[in-house]
Design a binder for this molecule. Structure first.
Ligand SMILES: [Zn+2]
Length: 72
């Protein structure tokens, strides 16, 4: 299959395959929502150029999307 389209976010260094599937450097592949939950939301305010900023492609973040539990 040569039609595979892989983008690499210059900020997060994460690969997005076919505009959907996110390949993390470690762990299971996820989707754009998981990427946002785990990575992009933290860098978005600090750096420009993250390719995962399209709110149309990011669903509501569920507690399972971010691996790190947040304790208040
Ligand atoms: Zn990013």
């Amino acid at each position: 299959m040569s039609s595979e389209n892989i983008e690499i976010c210059p900020v997060c260094q994460v690969k997005i395959k076919d505009d959907r599937e996110v390949i993390f450097s470690t762990g299971q592949p996820g989707d754009r929502t998981k990427l946002w939950a785990r990575v992009c939301q933290y860098v978005a305010g600090n750096k420009d150029g993250c390719i995962n900023q399209d709110s149309d492609k990011i669903d509501k973040i569920k507690s399972t999307d971010g691996y790190k539990p947040v304790n208040f």
